[in-house]
Write a protein that binds this ligand. Sequence first.
Ligand code: BTN
Length: 271
Amino acid sequence: MSVPTAPETLSIESIRSRLVSPTIARQLNLFGEVSSTNAALRQLAAAGAAEGTVVLAETQTAGRGRMGQMWFSPPEVNLYASVLFRGSLALAQAPVFSLIAGLALSDAVAEFGALPVIKWPNDVLVDGRKIGGALAECSSHEGKVEYLILGVGVNLNVEPDALRAALGSAADAATSLCAATGRTVDRSAFAAAYLNALETWTWRFRAQGPAAVLAGWRDRDFLTGRRVEIRGHGVPIIGRVSGLDEQGHLIVRGSLGERRVVSTEEICFCD
Ligand code: BTN
């Protein structure tokens, strides 16, 4: 089935009219083209931008994914958004923000009619294929976070052919919200849904601590109980995921029952 994908531009007014969040997106910056919204927001952060400042772009020329990968960022079809966090946060708590991004993204995806799960730490999947993910980057000093930037990229209306042309066979593992639901997505409405959900989860984290985030995350956890291959430095490790620790790291049991704590490596699921 071919779904019409009338290109429309993102609109600050349209996003703002839907926002219920008091902190996030008080400063909303929309660019036509940037190298990376995370990089653009980092410059604003270094110049003193306030907590909750958002950078959105219609396209990125050097969008970055996790593990040093590029993030395909075609113009006027998807969402590329970065949000700035400040305030008292220990460096050890930063990984929880990575989980918060996945939760907020999956809330927004569900609001638009799909059934998302989260592959640790924040890949949002629908029907086993990735719709979006997040890249958390922070600047720290003496164990404290100075600021943290949470950038998300979400495939909303990108055509399957464009994904295939850009990603090759890796496109088999990717999809878009439009393809998953059969409906063209109003990108400004989606951006607002994401920012509202992000505010909710951040508030929960600040009020109730990481346990509240971890509990929500476990409800959508795709990996626990699955066999995985961990590709980090050195020889890959095969094991079974047994859950998350209290800081949001992934716990994997090796074939001899040994416990491995995974923080940054690439996870591929085997079954
Ligand atoms: C992943 O690898 O799954 C994370 C992808 C994160 C991409 C987003 S797009 C907006 C922000 N700016 C970037 O350069 N990267 C993130």
